[in-house]
Design a protein around this ligand. Structure first.
Ligand code: D5M
Ligand code: FE
Ligand code: ZN
Length: 507
């Protein structure tokens, strides 16, 4: 992209899409052409214009008022960001030119949420209550948007409630009664209440079986003495969203475990070749040409001392050298913006939110111009496609405690996390959570894509318009996984190819 052309249009408050850019760039003296076009546009319209390829054609054909009918205006965005945001229209390209353009147009990559710079806990006990208070209030606010929960009753005042109960509480404890009903203890800032879910109310009982400790939910019901008899349990919930149209592709990776003796080096080498358009059949190469972003959701290296006797399963026994090798491999990928979050095998703080991998450990990776490091979890925007990235440690807790959930079907857990609007609600089990003054694990914005890893098993589902992706692994079965009977799906790479999921297998 010629920055001079882009800047000239930006200065004139004109935004150009990629087709228009291509047509302008084809002119013999593109700068002069730009100037005369801007001059012409200036006469016709005020405010921010979006210049399309068709408008350039009109201008070329006829210099008499060619642009009037096609001009759309936007007053809201700043010029430089919107130029990058305006998506190229796919059907206006011939295949080859399209590939060229998709690679060449500037990346509009934005970090919408990154906990790295916000985590400032000092581990004092008061942070612990601040953390839960933050969680409660963020989720309570979402629940209060529901018509039945607009003004929940403080638990302390329940004894005065004669008719229906509606409360918002955090789950303290869940147990089955002798007669196999469910008893959930919930707490708000004023007190605790015991909520009974009768096992003859089958659908409600099923809902209750998915309730986990420390989540925040709404309860509707009636008061029966000291108990609340529930008629409905309400999650903060996720609305159905409009799918984001996209004319480019995003590749999702996780759990490469570089440095492990079970890292699938050859398959990964083929993956890199494919990324660079040098591997696979014509169709696969075409997909590669469309790739603008590569997201890596943690466990990029195998780490050191993650589990007892791990050194026996390492080919690179030094964490710095593991990241050097990662830099050597990822450094071969061209023309693609790479985004990396940490996982539980990476160097740095283990407690979530995990800050971005530190430069101290990954100096060579930091030298790569096309790599960006963000926290686990984080929310990024890739040309307007919002991707929530989370390594997935809390899957272990869900697989252990919730009936019907397992490492094999993380899409079911991801759905549940979206409905609970929290990435790791269960506190104090396998997922270490930092007692921050703010709970960064709350899903405050509904993403277009929810990308996870950790379980080493691919899964994909579309849920309420959201792509739920687990990106598997490049590590073959480890000794640990043999014991737990975890069978990984290796070297199967999910690609959101212009909005459609494709999985490419590498050997
Ligand atoms: O996780 C690799 C696999 O091992 C993944 O399927 C999750 C599983 N795993 C890891 N830790 C645990 C615990 N503590 N309990 C149950 N299952 C677990 P990785 O993070 O790559 O080691
Ligand atoms: Fe892993
Ligand atoms: Zn992991």
């Amino acid at each position: 992209m010629d920055e001079t052309i882009i800047n000239k249009f930006a200065d004139a408050d004109v935004l150009i899409d990629d087709v228009a850019y291509q047509k302008i760039n084809e002119q013999q003296d593109s700068i002069k052409f730009t100037e005369s076009l801007i001059n012409h546009l200036g006469i016709h319209q005020e405010g921010m214009l979006i210049l399309t390829g068709e408008m350039v054609d009109n201008y070329l054909e006829n210099n008499q008022h060619p642009l009037k009918s096609d001009i759309s205006s936007s007053q809201t965005e700043t010029s430089s960001s919107i130029i990058e945001k305006t998506p190229p229209k796919v059907d206006e390209y011939k295949p080859l030119a399209q590939n060229q353009l998709i690679k060449d147009s500037p990346f509009n990559f934005q970090v919408l949420k990154d906990a790295s710079r916000k985590s400032y806990t000092n581990g004092e006990i008061k942070d612990f209550s601040a953390y839960f208070s933050s969680r409660y209030h963020k989720l309570k606010e979402m629940l209060q948007r529901k018509k039945d929960l607009k003004s929940p009753q403080p638990i302390q005042e329940l004894e005065n409630v004669q008719d229906t109960v509606n409360l918002i509480g955090m789950v303290n404890n869940i147990r089955n009664t002798k007669n196999n009903h469910k008893l959930i203890e919930v707490e708000d800032e004023t007190g605790t209440a015991s909520v009974l879910i009768h096992n003859e109310n089958h659908s409600l009982f099923e809902d209750a079986e998915r309730v986990v400790k420390d989540e925040v939910l709404g309860v509707l019901g009636t008061r029966k003495g000291s108990l609340v008899l529930a008629s409905e349990l309400i999650n903060p919930g996720t609305p159905r969203i409009d799918e984001k149209p996209m004319d480019f592709s995003v590749v999702f990776l996780s759990d490469t475990h570089i440095g492990s003796s079970t890292f699938l080096e050859d398959a990964f080498a083929n993956f890199i070749k494919w990324m660079n358009g040098e591997y696979g059949d014509a169709e696969q190469q075409k997909i590669a040409n469309n790739v603008r972003y590569l997201v890596v959701a943690g466990d990029i290296v195998d780490g050191i001392g993650v589990y007892p006797h791990q050194d026996k399963e390492l080919t690179i026994k030094d964490i710095y050298k593991q990241y050097e090798e990662a830099a050597r491999l990822f450094g071969q990928i061209e023309d693609v913006q790479i985004i990396i979050t940490p996982g539980n095998h990476d160097a740095g703080r283990l407690a979530e939110p995990q800050p971005a991998i530190n430069e101290e450990y990954a100096a060579d990776l930091y030298k790569l111009k096309n790599v960006e490091f963000v926290s686990n979890p984080s929310l990024v925007s890739l040309d307007g496609l919002n991707v929530l990235i989370y390594h997935g440690r809390s899957f272990d807790d869900f697989a252990m405690t919730v009936k019907g959930m397992s490492h094999q079907q993380t899409d079911l857990i991801m759905k549940e996390l979206l409905e609970k609007r929290h990435l790791a609600p269960i506190y104090g089990e396998r997922t270490p959570l930092a007692s921050e003054v703010e709970d960064h694990m709350v899903i405050e914005e509904v993403p277009h894509v929810f990308h996870t890893g950790h379980v080493h098993i691919n899964s994909y589902k579309k849920y309420k318009g959201i792509h739920l992706i687990n990106s598997g692994t490049f590590q073959s079965q480890t000794e640990f996984q043999k014991i737990y009977n975890i069978v990984p799906t290796c070297a199967q790479v999910p690609i959101l190819n212009q909005g459609t999921m494709k999985i490419l297998k590498f050997t």
